[in-house]
Design a protein around this ligand. Structure first.
Ligand code: AHG
Ligand code: MN
Ligand code: MN
Length: 346
């Protein structure tokens, strides 16, 4: 090849290390460091990873296939279900149920606990997930995601039950999300640190690209659906008025709101700042779901050095009473969350 034509071939995150740290190897290394590990957790995680690859592949073809658009049905939250929500839900259920690692699952798209068919073994873990988060973004080709959390079962061997699902976030064994964006990433934690893996579609693997993510102590971005201003408490309104107004101690914060919790939290983890979905003063509720949205994200953000509150209590300390329970959320850099809580509790 003439000299002018030589070029280096970019293979993404792989080029940083000779082989690259795959998510698979990362999980196996972790398993080897725990002599009591049976391989169940690694097995479950491999199935989640496979589901993420399948969903990611379909998401990237969404505009080309007839999967795009609405089914015309509503889910248990009374929201319109998009075809991709259903697809993602089915992929996760079918990938995980046969593996023998879980005894019950909970999904945003399914009203009741998802039990494991009797032909498969009942495992020792509990999986909860939001199969497709930010589904309003599908039709406009903006970022969407998948959120998941894993608990240990608390019931005796056999079929899992609601009791296994209604566990506090502080009991989470591992949580993570997959973001389907300009590149696809899987970010997860088992509580000690948070690691991010970028998908290399050429190789078909996730490679460690963001080891040990630490959220900044304070950021410069606030993220909230400000169109709901008229539905907020006075404290929340005063906090937003304050955060976007420069004063002697601070510049005005910038507003960023993607409308998919995964994408808004991903930015918050990497750049710092705060993501808020407050209580609506009319219906007295938050919008986001405790078990498969707020708790896993609170677990990740705390593991990265951040804070997560419902306005009064630590999200991870809330005892769930219902599968699809909603909660207000204030999640992000510790100093930014503390500022917001001062206003809302004044
Ligand atoms: P989902 O698509 O799983 O129902 O979640 C949508 C959620 C969340 O991702 C996002 O942060 C929030 O809804 C956006 O809500 P608003 O459109 O009310 O701002
Ligand atoms: Mn969601
Ligand atoms: Mn969803």
């Amino acid at each position: 090849m003439p000299r002018a034509m030589t070029r280096t071939v970019s293979i993404g995150p792989v080029e940083d290390t000779p082989l690259g740290m795959t998510l698979e190897r990362h999980l196996l290394d972790r398993q080897r460091r725990m002599p009591e590990a049976t391989g169940d957790f690694t097995g479950l995680f491999q199935q989640i990873m496979l589901a993420a690859k399948i969903i990611g592949s379909r998401v990237s073809k969404a505009g080309l296939s007839d999967i795009l658009g609405r089914t015309g049905t509503t889910n248990v939250q009374g929201e319109q279900v998009q075809k991709l929500d259903e697809f993602a839900n089915t992929v996760i259920v079918q990938t995980v149920e046969a593996g023998g690692h879980v005894c019950v699952m909970g999904s945003e798209e399914v009203e009741n606990p998802i039990t494991i068919p009797s032909q498969y073994p009942q495992g020792k873990y509990v999986l909860q997930f939001d199969p497709l988060d930010g589904s309003g973004n599908i039709d406009i080709n903006a970022s969407i995601g998948t959120i998941f959390s894993i608990h240990r079962r608390v019931t005796p061997p056999g079929q899992g039950s609601m009791k296994d699902l209604l566990q506090k976030g502080s009991e989470i064994v591992a949580a993570g999300y997959v973001i389907y964006g300009s590149s696809n990433m899987l970010v997860y934690s088992t509580g000690d640190q948070v690691d991010g893996f970028t998908y290399d579609p050429g190789v078909g693997e996730f490679f460690l690209s963001h080891p040990d993510i630490r959220i900044p102590q304070r950021g410069g971005i606030y993220s909230i659906n400000e169109g709901n201003y008229h539905n907020w408490s006075e404290g929340t309104q005063k906090w937003v008025d304050w955060i976007k107004t420069p004063d002697e101690n601070k510049k005005a914060y910038r507003l960023r709101y993607i409308g998919a919790m995964v994408a808004d939290i991903h930015r918050t983890l990497l750049r710092g700042g705060i993501f808020v979905y407050p209580r609506d003063v009319k219906n007295k509720k938050g919008k986001l779901r405790l078990l498969y949205e707020a708790s896993p994200m609170a677990f990740l953000v705390e593991a990265a050095g951040g804070a997560a509150s419902d306005g009064k209590n630590r999200i991870l300390d809330i005892q769930p009473t219902e599968l699809h329970q909603r909660t207000p959320v204030f999640i992000g850099s510790p100093d930014d969350v503390a500022d917001a809580l001062r206003f809302v509790n004044a």
